[in-house]
Design a protein around this ligand. Structure first.
Ligand code: UGA
Length: 431
């Protein structure tokens, strides 16, 4: 049966969920505190860049099942189910900042009438769902709390929402379980597996999944560095490793270190959780260090190739933390640009969609119209993000445009044989 749903928070997770749940046939109110964001969304204009989102947003606004509002009280009162998907950014000590979540819980509490299911989609430390449940109960609210972590990736968020590998549902009452079955009925039809578990298990599944993937990337990055040192090819190694079904070929692409709003924050939170419970998290802690070292290594590699960084002009292609997004949070490009500027380099930067966000951090940087403008008179080129359009960079044109002949391709995008034929000194990762 279709449900009346409120989704609080219209960031990546909240907005995609609101649009997706409306597409499943439910009636959805997306709530955000920012009036400008709400106005834009009601006009069919997403405030985040995500492939396919605009069409789905418009389609569901047109259906009349989806709208956006700043009025949390009215939305909660009108809904049977309330999803919370507000941010849980890191505190100074790495723990998750739950202030936004707790403010929202307080507002929900004040507007409860009758039975409601509160679904927490935000990534929250283990124990948070139960704490929230107890808060509702001590206030006499007739509420069930469900932990339903989200696994969508930026850039592939729509595809991930409609075709998830699995749905995790921390549910501890039959009544709430029946509600969640109704909500995800469309995914049942395509036989998406559901994992039903308790609240703590659901919360920890999310952290374990992200930490494992961060671990896997860090592993392949270090092996790529070793492959570089011994003359092996990391692509052949990753391919061969991936043929072992126990390993799988995914997330074995070496790069300049992982970034984004999730992995860095979640592994720090996991270490803090371990410390709180006196459990050794040395492996995860080492991933944090190794990932930072990987970003710094890109600067050292470039310095080695150039001999001297001071007064060199560097073309930086790719500023987003990965392709298909305008998100620059924890992007390796931030560390790399910061380091190069500190060494006295001049930077010409380009990204297909992330320049505006990057310019908030580096307002004085030279941002270029396209990749070839960035290459003008450059001593070296460093590619930081795996945008498809950089894969097809015209190397002959690049050679004529650049002053120098150095290429550091931290995502292994370019045809290295061709680059070397043209006289470039080319280095990739582990090749
Ligand atoms: C990640 C998870 O993949 C999602 O499942 C999860 O829902 C999300 O975090 C979250 O917790 O919200 P996301 O941060 O969007 O998603 O990006 P990923 O595609 O996982 O990439 C993360 C970083 O790892 C990027 O910097 C990317 O360039 C890097 N990466 C990824 C590699 O360097 N190599 C790889 O093989 C894969």
């Amino acid at each position: 049966m279709a449900k009346k749903i409120t989704v609080i928070g219209t960031g990546y997770v909240g907005l995609i969920s609101a649009v997706g749940l409306a597409d499943f046939g439910h009636t959805v109110i997306g709530v955000d505190i920012a009036q400008t964001v709400v106005d834009k969304l009601n006009n069919g204009q997403p405030h985040i860049f995500e492939t396919g989102l605009r069409d789905y947003l418009q389609k569901n606004l047109n259906s009349g099942r989806l709208k956006f509002s700043t009025g949390i009280a009215d939305a909660v009162q009108a809904s049977e189910v309330v999803f919370i998907s507000v941010g849980t950014p890191p505190n100074q000590d790495g723990s998750a900042d739950l202030s936004q979540l707790m403010r929202v819980v307080e507002e929900i509490k004040q507007n409860i009438s009758g039975y409601k299911v509160v679904v927490i989609k935000s990534t929250v430390p283990v124990g948070t769902n139960r704490t929230v449940f107890k808060l509702f109960k001590t206030n006499g609210c007739d509420v069930d709390v469900v932990s339903n972590p989200e696994f969508l990736r930026e850039g592939k968020a729509i595809q991930d929402f409609f075709h998830p590998d699995r749905i995790i549902l921390g549910v501890e009452s039959e009544r709430a379980r029946a509600v969640m079955e109704d909500i995800y009925r469309s995914l049942y039809l395509i036989q998406t597996p559901c994992v039903w578990c308790n609240l703590e298990t659901a919360e920890l599944i999310k952290y374990c999944s992200n930490a494992f993937l961060a671990n896997k990337i860090t592993f392949i990055n270090q092996m790529a560095n070793l492959a570089d040192a011994v003359g092996a090819d990391i692509h052949d190694i990753a391919k061969a490793m991936g043929m072992d079904g126990r390993i799988s070929s995914k997330f074995l692409h070496p790069g300049p270190g992982f970034g984004g709003s999730c992995f860095p924050k979640d592994i720090k939170a996991l270490v803090t959780m371990g410390e709180k419970h006196d459990v050794d998290m040395s492996l995860v802690r080492e991933v944090i260090h190794a990932n930072e070292a990987q970003k710094q290594l890109m600067i050292k590699k470039l310095a080695l190739m150039l001999g001297e960084l001071k007064d060199k002009t560097i073309a930086v292609l790719g500023l987003a933390f990965k392709a298909e997004t305008d998100d620059v949070r924890e992007s390796p490009a931030i560390t790399i640009v910061t380091g190069l500027l500190k060494e006295g380099c001049r930077i010409s930067a380009h990204d297909p969609v992330a320049m505006q966000n990057f310019s908030r951090l580096f307002p004085d940087l030279k941002f270029c119209r396209d990749e070839y403008e960035a290459l003008q008179k450059a001593d070296a080129l460093i590619i930081c993000t795996e945008w498809n359009e950089y894969r097809n960079l015209d190397l002959e044109k690049a050679k004529l445009t650049m002053k120098g002949n150095i290429i550091l391709d931290t995502r292994n995008l370019l045809n290295r044989e061709r680059a070397r034929e043209l006289g470039f000194t080319y280095k990739g990762m582990g090749r």
